[in-house]
Design a protein around this ligand. Sequence first.
Ligand SMILES: [Zn+2]
Ligand SMILES: [Zn+2]
Length: 378
Amino acid sequence: MLKLTFLGTSAGVPTKQRNVTALAIECLNPHSSGVQQGSRQQNTQSKKSRPWVLIDCGEGTQQQLLHTKLSLHQLAAICITHVHGDHCYGLPGLLASAAMSGRREPLTLIAPKAIATLLEAITLTTELYLPFALDFIAIEEVLAEQGDTNKVSISLSDQHQLDIDITPLSHRVASNAFGITQTISRRILNTDKLVADGIPASALWGKLQQGEDVTTEDNRQLHSVDYVDEEIQRTRIVVAGDNDAPNLLSKAVINADLLVHEATYAHEVLNKIRAKNPDYDPMHSSAQLLGEFAQAAGLKNLILTHFSARYQGFDNPNSKTPNMANIRLDAESVYKGNLWLAADFDQYMVDSAIGSASNQESGQEESRVQYIGSARSD
Ligand SMILES: [Zn+2]
Ligand SMILES: [Zn+2]
């Protein structure tokens, strides 16, 4: 289960209603809500069961966070799609605040190489000291080293893993999409079989469930694999940075439960901008381009974000003022799946059906994306 909180949904500049780009993704594990034995374990487990990843960090992202329940102590990784300011100017402030709030846990940062240079300059010029390790992973290196299967794996707990893969996009500077795949596995003890085999409930059951092979009092060797089924729940979303060629994501969205992509304007406006200044292409997508792509790719769920400041937040097709209806109708003219236009603090839950370990690659699992309200707690 992934819980999305949009912290900024505006393109280029903030508006009164929208901050610049940032998206929080909480990785929820419904199986680790504190049912561990021993109270010390319990605390760590329940705290660690809500780690989150931040995709892009526009200026003011840390102020947006103050209106939510998200804590910088549980932030597991930051991913930056590209170097444009509306996607990364919030990074130094957010890191400095994490330091001041006493964070000591290492933090993974996946970003273009240039972001490391930016942080070095700021660290030096402003005497910023981070009391935690910043594990910097350069996107260029991930793409170069691992080619087609590029990904960064983050282990959140014994049975909870996050894999982050990268797809290069088309924009004025190198821009990327992050594929976020959450895998939750759970060992389920086949108690019927144990009873049938004459093995009564005892501490041995727990050991078998933990994956240990054991010997019974009457000297029988029991193998964990014979009594434990592994249940796998996999949820995958793709979050794209700025991009004028959605087709580049064809491969990435296979088996994805959801695509989050920019739709800076409606198609008519995109054409006008291109016609007005043929020498300068901002290299963004229109809602229609995204709709066409999502429809052709058979994507069930699409969230659009990163809207030009010219669009007001209300949705009224009859208004002369550009508004969300322009974007919505542009996408709906070609896309028949589930469509949402993100607003700041909007939260969505992405949940996949549970499969067994053997059919995890089938891609036929039903996925659900649900709008669950606003994160603003004040
Ligand atoms: Zn942008
Ligand atoms: Zn950009």
